[in-house]
Design a protein around this ligand. Structure first.
Ligand code: SAM
Length: 268
């Protein structure tokens, strides 16, 4: 599954605003005991997590950015960064080589908008590998399946149901957790003795956020068409009505996400 640089650039400021402050605070508290920190960011895209988390970490940081999209990785590596921060980019297919991505000097694992794409089995691999290395994991922006639109349309819930079904298709890691990721992932870490700080990180789009609303709702219409329900003519009518609401400055929406920071407990 590929993600365009345009889409990742469009969503970054909304992601940044949505990231849960208490979860970021927990990362910062963990980091206060350290002079420096070595981070691996899984499925980095354009490096949005680096830009949001680096300000909460000690000045001396090294980031290993991992993705299987060479073009995104090249652009992420080119981005400006503070002088004490070193960045390396590593092309890895995480579905196959997660373990290799975590090897070497790593003290913190980060990811965002990833866990809803992965399977139960892959999540278990991440939990097992992180626990074996006693690594803390910051995971942001896992979609939780709860979305609301204003003004309400009679077809909204059928489209959102279809989107949630589509989210559980194979995104390259086997059948995806989709909306289940938000609840499942923190509990898997707790089950192996991690302490988890979690909180919501919903996208909140107001009437002025026309471009991202259009992009998200068009994506939902495409997903619903691929699922095959509601009927295509209904989806087309729904999207037209939603676009009219956006064009007339009346549309708002909330899309549910969850962030968490999982830390290995001090004694096990
Ligand atoms: C929704 S984007 C999130 C990107 C970034 N973390 C962010 O929050 O902006 C998902 C990312 O997962 C990457 N990805 C998908 N499948 C992958 C795989 N098998 N191995 C490595 N990266 C993968 C994509 O290239 C994309 O950059």
């Amino acid at each position: 599954m590929s993600f365009s640089a345009g889409w990742l650039t469009l969503r970054e400021p909304y992601d940044r605003r949505a990231r849960n402050a208490a979860v970021l605070d927990a990362v910062a508290v963990w980091a206060t005991q350290r002079q420096s920190v070595a981070v691996v960011d899984l499925a980095c895209g354009l490096g949005s997590t680096l830009r949001s988390v680096s300000e909460r970490l000690p000045k001396r940081q090294s980031w290993r950015l991992v993705d299987n999209d060479l073009s995104l990785l090249a652009r992420a590596g080119d981005l400006a960064r503070p002088p004490d921060l070193t960045v390396s980019t590593v092309p890895v297919d995480l579905a196959r080589d997660l373990e290799a991505a975590l090897d070497g000097p790593v003290e913190l694992v980060t990811n965002s908008a990833l866990l809803d794409l992965v399977s139960h089995e892959w999540l278990d691999r991440l939990v097992t590998e992180a626990a074996a290395r006693r690594l803390p994991v910051y995971a942001a922006l896992s979609y939780d399946g709860l979305a609301t639109l204003d003004p309400v349309d009679a077809l909204d819930s059928a489209v959102i149901d279809a989107v949630n079904q589509h989210q559980q298709g194979n995104k390259g890691f086997g059948p995806a957790l989709g909306p289940e990721a938000a609840a499942t992932a923190p509990s898997r870490f707790e089950a192996v003795g991690y302490t988890v700080t979690q909180g919501s990180s919903d996208w909140v789009f107001g009437p002025k956020d026309a471009e991202i609303q259009t992009e998200v709702l068009t994506g939902w219409a495409v997903a619903a068409r691929e699922v095959g329900a509601p009927p295509i003519s209904d989806i087309i009518g729904w999207l037209a009505r939603r676009r009219d609401h956006i064009a007339s400055g009346r549309s708002s929406m909330r899309v549910g996400h969850v962030d968490f920071f999982a830390q290995p407990t001090a004694t096990r």
